[in-house]
Design a protein around this ligand. Structure first.
Ligand code: F7E
Length: 339
């Protein structure tokens, strides 16, 4: 029997590297799409592979761009993938307000290009779309597959259009295409500008005496944070199901940014107490030193206040369960090597 081939777009990101490792262990030949600038400059995205113990000899990287339909057709023609995991995105919600067209290009047009290439060249392949809880916007929690979606960021709206493309292609062309509606998922490989990793790196720097204080935005925002390791396993499980469908992956636990900071400081043996309100609120350590302050610059133009997922469909139909709870996630990020 020939070895199955998986193509991962956005392979150099947190989820891409975890997924590549998982698929290699399952015996897949893993191909990854990376942008031309992935290994230049100060931020070497490809270094995530080494940090997770994945050798670059075990993946075939292709330089390209999902926004270019010639490139996607070419990739499908040459690789003939059995599985496509579309993880390519401008994944920073705040950045999508500054570069909405870029967000739409990569997320919406990129998904369309891949679906078109698949239906023309590998119609029996399976397609995973990285949909996001950001699509729910401020719909009341808990959110599941039946919750009305009311996104409130260019990122969320672009993700919702890609989600509908997947559903259209499934209905119209009978292709196997699934949406994984994933709530926030983090790890030691998370980029520094997401709030969890920003807090973790800030606490480590404060403990080491390299930094005095962490500046954050909305401390009251609440998220359902899981571990990326659990979520890539869920992606794979969706692709094994008999019938293509859409699934929420989440822990069902919701915590505020404030409580994430408390938990991270606690891992470093520090207790934080809060004083003041709004922009004047500060987090103070036992010795009376300000360790957290609020900076308006980190607030979103439109905030998404409370996300908490109901993953009972994935539990029931796929047998998926997260293995990391909130405390285990914070610990793993705090214990992970500096990234
Ligand atoms: O923000 C608040 C911020 O940037 C979380 C992506 O993976 O998950 C992620 O999107 C919350 C927001 O993630 C800071 O206002 C406070 O309410 O870590 P984040 P996100 O926007 O939820 C979804 C599911 C995705 O699909 C996305 O691709 O934290 N917050 N202070 C802050 N956020 C940041 N980044 N920095 C702060 O200083």
């Amino acid at each position: 029997m020939s070895v199955k081939k998986a193509l991962i777009t956005g392979i150099a990101g947190q989820d891409g590297v975890y997924l590549a490792k998982y698929l290699i262990a399952q015996g897949y030949e893993v191909h990854g799409l990376v942008r031309w600038d992935s290994d230049v400059g100060a931020f070497d995205r490809l270094s995530r592979f080494g940090r997770l113990g994945v050798s670059l000899d075990d993946v075939t990287l292709h330089i390209g761009d999902v926004c270019d339909p010639h490139n996607t057709l070419d990739l499908f023609y040459h690789i003939r993938p059995d599985m496509i995991y579309n993880l390519a995105a401008v994944s920073h919600v705040a950045v999508s307000f500054k570069t909405p067209t870029a967000a739409f290009d990569v997320i919406s047009t990129g998904t369309l290009n891949l679906l078109e290439a698949m239906r023309r060249l590998t119609p029996r392949a399976r397609f995973y779309q990285a949909s996001s809880s950001e699509m729910f916007g401020n719909a009341p929690a808990p959110q599941n597959e039946d919750t009305a979606m009311m996104p409130c960021s260019p990122y969320g709206i672009a993700k919702l259009s890609a989600y509908h493309l997947v559903r259209l292609y499934r209905a119209q062309y009978d292709v196997f295409a699934v949406n994984g509606i994933l709530f926030n998922h983090e790890s030691p490989l998370r980029a520094h500008d997401f709030v969890t990793q920003k807090i973790v790196q800030g606490v480590k720097a404060i403990s080491a005496g390299r930094q005095d204080c962490i500046a954050l935005g909305n401390l009251d925002a609440r998220r359902d944070w899981g571990h990326a390791r659990d979520y890539v396993r869920g992606m794979f499980m969706m692709m094994q199901s008999d019938v293509p469908d859409d699934f929420v992956l989440a822990t069902g636990q919701m915590h505020s940014v404030r409580s994430f900071a408390e938990a991270a400081f606690a891992c470093a043996g520090m207790t934080i107490s809060w004083q003041g309100e709004g922009l004047d609120e500060v987090g103070i350590d036992d010795g009376g030193t300000v360790r957290v302050r609020v900076d308006e610059a980190f607030f979103r133009p439109q905030e998404l206040h409370a996300l908490c997922g109901d993953a009972s469909k994935a539990q029931r139909m796929l047998g998926w369960q997260p293995s990391y709870d909130f405390q285990a996630l914070v610990r793993d990020m705090m214990e992970g090597a500096d990234v």
